[in-house]
Design a binder for this molecule. Structure first.
Ligand code: TXE
Length: 478
């Protein structure tokens, strides 16, 4: 069995009390690695290391370009170790290897390259004042960042938090999700190899409540908290952060609406809609899990969509052709399969799909659900889509907005004016028209309503991971 320790102050270490926990491969339904099980003292030790590295070490004082060189070396190492990283995430949480290797690892490397480069070319404001003074903004590193990551994109979400934090000169304590710890330790090993000074990136493993996660969010030595996960957890973290007035960036749950108008290119709409709900077995905050289809094309869309869903290959996620792996854990499998029972009990029908073997759920289509049913309103986080008809544009907008979440939406239409109109009317952080998941890393990323607080990406990440300082000078008599 492989083993993964914490990485604190430049060394891979066991827990202070020696505790460990097994990480379970959800396809084999058996442990595959032993992971250091941290508790509060381990979190404190990691925060102390990050604090010391920030206050006394070279990282915060290096130029943007010098830091950028280290982050580019780390990106090179991520790609050089793509197989190991991809296999770690696939084994930990069951995502098909084609997705972890072909997408997640690549994007993780790109995240480091992007923030390394972006930090060096982003302009800062300068204000020549009519009074003869001059004001400019100096973006200074915020300090110690606690990054709490989810299990659905383990390496990719970790890098989305760690890369901008490091590029802007902070030090980091990363707590990966307990379901997917391995790639975080590997990342920290590679960061040391890339020349990141000891203590700049620390990893501490363990659970959230009354454990490592909570200790990080309550620490007075932490200057920023960035979290991705469930909305309820986001609330707990916000409360903890309020103790020390620590700024938080929260990317929370979603129930993405996907609106297909009757003038859409049907083939394109079906193909993107399939990706939007079944990639990573629907364990995606952005998943298009509510599909609203205009009544005139409903039957044809449903038929084409169902045919495509039924063709997806379910199986061992470590095999190249697999498109649907198991859900991430037994607990999560129970949650998702429980929602299928809830849907049926509330009067809806499973048009296709249902529970598969082991901890798999087959690509599932739910029809006949009510707009206010739990299956339509709550985040299932599995390969389960609710497909509902709508009559006209106002009805589609009203239905799409009728949820506590506001992360993202998609729409398919050939009418440009309508695309703009509907995009503006949707209360979400991102709208995709005739596509899905396409990202420009400079654009804001985050959610409205219960889907989050704040935005990350490009200058939004700079805003969060720095303390912008106003420097005002008298120049009239220069
Ligand atoms: O999430 P949690 P879980 C949704 C999805 C899923 C549900 C539960 O619907 O079924 O959340 O998943 C840490 N203080 N999403 O239980 O609890 C925890 O250790 C500090 C949406 O995995 O939010 C882990 O590292 N930290 C989603 C991380 O928070 C705490 C991604 C996420 O765990 C903590 C994942 C606490 N009090 C799940 N409690 C998305 N938005 O993409 C937990 N943690």
């Amino acid at each position: 069995m492989e083993s993964f320790g914490h990485v604190i102050a430049g060394e891979e270490v066991p827990s202070i009390d020696g505790a460990t926990f097994p990480s379970v491969d959800p396809w084999e339904q058996a442990p595959w690695s032993t992971v250091a099980l941290g508790s509060v003292p381990d979190a404190e030790r990691a925060v102390d290391a990050a604090r010391k590295a920030f206050d006394d070490g070279p990282w915060a004082r290096m130029s943007l370009a010098e830091r950028g060189q280290v982050l580019h070396r780390l990106a090179d190492l991520i790609l050089a170790n793509a197989d190991e990283l991809a296999l770690a995430d696939t084994t930990d949480m069951g995502k098909p290897i084609s997705e972890t290797r072909g997408h997640d690892v690549q994007r993780s490397a790109q995240n480091f390259r992007f923030f390394a480069d972006h930090s060096t070319v982003t302009p800062a404001e300068s204000y020549p004042m009519p009074s003869g003074h001059h004001a400019y903004t100096q973006y200074e590193p915020a300090g110690v960042v606690a990054a709490i990551a989810p299990w659905n994109f383990p390496l990719m979400m970790a890098s989305w938090k760690v890369a901008p934090a490091l590029a802007w000169g902070n030090t980091v304590v990363l707590k990966p999700a307990e379901q997917s710890p391995a790639s975080a330790t590997i990342l920290a090993r590679l960061a040391l190899e890339a020349g990141l000074p000891p203590g700049v990136l620390n990893v501490v493993h363990g659970f959230g409540p009354r454990s490592v996660g909570q200790a990080l969010t309550e620490s007075p030595l932490v200057d920023r908290i960035t979290f991705t996960g469930e909305s309820t957890t986001g609330r707990a973290i916000s409360r903890a952060a309020a103790l020390n007035l620590t700024p938080v960036s929260l990317e929370l749950g979603g129930k993405g609406a996907n609106i297909v108008f009757d003038d859409a290119d049907l083939e394109q709409a079906v193909s993107w809609s399939i990706k939007a709900i079944y990639s990573n077995s629907g364990q995606v905050c952005l998943a298009g899990s509510r599909l609203y289809v205009q009544r005139g094309i409903f039957d044809e869309f449903l038929e084409r969509f169902t045919r495509a869903a039924d063709q997806l290959v379910i199986g061992d996620p470590k095999r190249d052709g697999t498109q649907i792996g198991p859900l991430s854990s037994e607990e999560h499998f129970r949650k998702v399969s429980g929602y299928l029972d809830i849907a049926v009990a509330d009067g809806a029908r499973l048009h296709t799909g249902g529970v598969g073997g082991g901890w798999t759920v087959r690509p599932t289509v739910v029809i006949g659900a009510e707009q206010h049913a739990r299956i339509t309103q709550e985040e299932v986080f599995g390969p389960v889509v609710v497909i509902l008809p709508f009559d006209d544009e106002p009805a589609a907008i009203a239905a799409a907005n009728d949820t506590p979440y506001g992360l993202n939406a998609m729409l398919f239409t050939r009418d440009l004016s309508r695309a703009h109109r509907v995009s503006r009317a949707l209360r979400v952080g991102t709208v995709w028209t005739n596509c899905f998941f396409v990202r420009d890393l400079r654009a804001p990323f985050g959610g409205a309503k219960n889907s989050g607080v704040g935005r990350e990406g490009g200058t939004y990440s700079r805003e969060f991971f720095t303390e912008p300082k106003a420097i005002v000078m008298e120049i009239a008599n220069a």
